[in-house]
Design a protein around this ligand. Structure first.
Ligand SMILES: Nc1nc2c(ncn2[C@@H]2O[C@H](COP(=O)(O)OP(=O)(O)OP(=O)(O)O)[C@@H](O)[C@H]2O)c(=O)[nH]1
Ligand SMILES: [Zn+2]
Length: 314
């Protein structure tokens, strides 16, 4: 019988590896920023696709400019999104998920709610940021969304990243200091504007990432991590450019309910203990909906997600 292969991870003593943080990735090609602040191109040893932005790693000293990722330190958490076909890791070791939305372009509340569910499932606190507070157009809808989210129990702040970047910094830096903050939002909500307000060297770093990963002008949906090392704040911002959908096929029904207290608070009175709160007789959630005790749009969201729950291998 063939001997089981000795794991590569054991082959090199950790003391000889360089510690660093994965700050960008594309395919199996990564950028690792070492603890000394050097930016290295890196490949995963053995071509495993298990590295994600935000991972703390140990790399070999670079040979011809390219290092090898030998070790991944245990993760505090891992944030996913998924589509019908597969689960994708978005980022690891995130302390706060910041969901950015704005009155214009028209925002989709479901995107915000999905991001909040994904954060909850990963055990990561979340903050909702209402951007473009200076806009009058569609402000009522944005204000109503803030009120709805606050009533559910979410943290919400209002800023104007484009119009008042200093004010945005004053609001956010006390909440972001010491943390790795992941920014998510639909396209056009002002994520890049906010990132640049918080981390002024972000644009230059984006160019360097593109060069290191040989992306040219190609955009990627992969996350990128920008370290903030400034007089007024230290931490990191992870940007997630260019995606419109926050798929949640990896959530179980319980994950969904645990993240929706406005629905879940009614389930105890359902006739069946395994009620899915969709079509079952004697469902207390449906009764609460009919009485007007549940926001119909929140129920519609729940009813859209519930049938898809847990359809992917966990
Ligand atoms: N009025 C107003 N406009 C803003 C504000 N913040 C950003 N914008 C504008 O909104 C537009 C979109 O901003 P971006 O920062 O590019 O948005 P994004 O979310 O990064 O969009 P993608 O790059 O497509 O993901 C730009 O024209 C910004 O100038 C704000 O606070 N007020
Ligand atoms: Zn029920």
């Amino acid at each position: 019988m063939a001997k089981p292969k000795k794991k590569r991870e054991d082959a090199i003593p950790p003391a000889e590896l360089i510690g660093g943080l994965v700050t960008a990735g594309h395919g199996r090609h990564y950028v690792v920023t070492t603890d000394a602040g050097e930016r290295l191109e890196a490949h995963r040893r053995g071509k495993k696709g298990d590295v994600v932005v935000g991972d703390r790693v140990g790399v070999t000293p670079p040979v011809s400019g390219v290092a090898a990722i030998e070790r991944i330190e245990p993760r505090r958490n891992l944030l996913y999104r998924s589509d019908e076909w597969r689960i994708k890791s978005l980022a690891a070791n995130v302390d706060l998920v910041a969901v950015v939305f704005a009155p214009r372009p028209t925002f989709n509340p479901w995107f915000i709610w999905k991001a909040l569910l994904a954060a909850h499932q990963a055990g990561i606190p979340a903050l909702v940021i209402r951007n473009k507070s200076d806009l009058v157009d569609n402000a009522e809808a944005a204000d109503a969304e803030c009120a709805r989210l606050t009533a559910i129990g979410h943290d919400v702040v209002a800023i104007s990243a484009g119009n008042d970047p200093e004010g945005a910094r004053r609001t956010l830096i006390p909440r972001f200091t010491g943390k790795t903050v992941l920014l998510v939002g639909q396209s056009g909500m002002g994520k890049s504007t906010l990132l640049n307000a918080l981390v002024p060297h972000a644009q230059a770093a984006t160019r360097e990432f593109s060069e290191a990963l040989d992306l040219g002008k190609q955009t990627t949906t992969a996350a990128r991590l920008y370290r903030a090392d400034m007089d007024d704040w230290e931490g990191a911002v992870v940007d997630t450019p260019g995606f419109q959908e926050f798929g949640l096929a990896h959530l179980s029904l319980n994950d969904i309910l645990r993240a929706m207290p406005d629905i879940a608070k009614h389930v105890e009175d359902c006739r069946f203990f395994n009620c899915r709160h969709l079509q079952e007789p004697g469902c207390a959630v449906k009764a609460a909906l009919e009485r007007g005790d549940i926001d119909p749009e929140r129920y519609a969201f729940y009813a859209a997600l519930a049938p898809l729950a847990n359809t992917l291998p966990q």
